[in-house]
Design a protein around this ligand. Structure first.
Ligand code: UFG
Length: 330
């Protein structure tokens, strides 16, 4: 029996593949390498290059490898890009996910773990936000993911399919052993951008808005370390295999940092004082969003161990240096 990991050559998926292999699982990765890297997939996992929306390919793969569980990471993930090109997000994140689900149902795959997002809440009325808060995504990205949550709920009601939806907050950091990290070159995510500024790979960086109703005026986010997040998926897989019910859980640390606090942390940890420009708000950004994580802790038995912004920043910095050294060696 095999676990199929879509997007397993990407940032979060590759950390999940490491966890699965360490647990002795058989793994097949399906990734079109649009943002993922071949090198991120260890030899112990089979890599199939292709689209998760390709029903012929996916059905054949499920049969050939006797796939028992699908962990679905592959997605477009940049909020401002989704505002600029919404139909791309609905095609990739929503329509192709429907194809993947159809294959799972037709081929009788029983377990499905889905990467959802804090963006499904939009601008929450209160923080920390719990899973039963109202869902009002403000970006096409958030909507493209919420529709998949609904499809899963309906498909699981109609068929012998069992799921865990994990709503990620702001994923950051890298494998503590330095085996993987955020490698996509055109980074837009805050910690990666700041670390690149510290390394002189950018002349400076921007803060998108300091006029939000938050303590220092910049946006508040809950930064979760990527290995902790991968372990939440391992816990979700154990939960499903033990016959646990369908579940939707936040993945975050229940603690928010402002954009300005993150930048200060990056400057302190790297010991580099880089330029920071204050610019206008970025479309689609909620002012503040912080996870309530009681459900993941209580039902999945998830206990984070890397809940430390300095550590997360240090990991991101070390990984970025490694990427640069690799590129220089080419
Ligand atoms: N930011 C800057 N400058 C930058 C980059 C980001 O000021 O160069 C700010 C953003 O405006 C935002 C915060 O830093 O206020 C975090 O932005 P990111 O782009 O790092 O992440 P997002 O909060 O936009 O998105 C993340 C995840 C999504 C998830 C969303 C939920 O990537 O998958 O959080 O809020 F949906």
């Amino acid at each position: 029996m095999t676990v199929l990991v879509t997007g397993g050559a990407g940032y979060i998926g590759s950390h999940m593949v490491l966890e699965l292999l360490e647990a002795g699982e058989k793994v097949v990765v399906l990734d079109n390498l649009s943002t993922g890297r071949r090198a991120a997939v260890p030899d112990a996992a089979e890599l199939v290059v292709g689209d998760f929306g390709d029903e012929t390919l996916v059905s054949e793969l499920i049969r050939r490898r006797e796939v028992e569980a699908i962990v679905h990471f592959a997605a477009k993930i940049v909020v401002p890009e989704s505002v600029a090109d919404p139909l791309l997000y609905y095609l990739n994140n929503t329509a192709s996910a429907r194809s993947l689900l159809a294959c799972a149902v037709a081929e009788k795959v029983r377990h499905f773990i889905f990467s959802s997002t804090a963006a499904v809440y939009g601008e929450p009325e209160q923080n920390p936000v719990s899973e039963d808060e109202s869902l009002k995504p403000v970006s096409p990205y958030g909507r493209s993911k919420l529709m998949v949550e609904w499809m899963l709920e309906d498909a699981a009601f109609a068929h012998d399919l069992h799921y865990v939806v994990l709503r990620y907050f702001n994923v950051a950091g890298a494998d503590p052993a330095g085996r993987s990290g955020q490698s996509f070159p055109n980074a837009t995510h805050l910690i990666k951008v700041a670390v690149q500024a510290a390394l002189g790979l950018r002349p400076d960086m921007e803060v998108f808005g300091t006029d939000y109703p938050t303590p220092d005026g910049s946006c508040l986010r809950d930064y979760i370390q990527v290995t902790d997040l991968a372990r939440a998926h391992m816990a979700a897989l154990r939960h499903l295999r033990a016959g646990g019910g369908n579940l939707t859980c936040n993945c975050g640390y229940a603690r928010g940092y402002s954009v300005l606090e993150v930048i200060e942390t990056v400057k302190r940890v790297t010991d580099v004082d880089f330029g920071v420009r204050i610019s206008g708000r970025r479309p689609g950004d909620p002012a503040a969003i912080v996870a309530a994580n009681d459900k993941a802790r209580e039902i999945l038995g998830w206990t984070p161990v890397h809940d430390n912004l300095d550590e997360i920043v240090r990991q991101a910095f070390e990984w970025e240096k490694k990427l640069q050294a690799e590129q220089a060696a080419r």
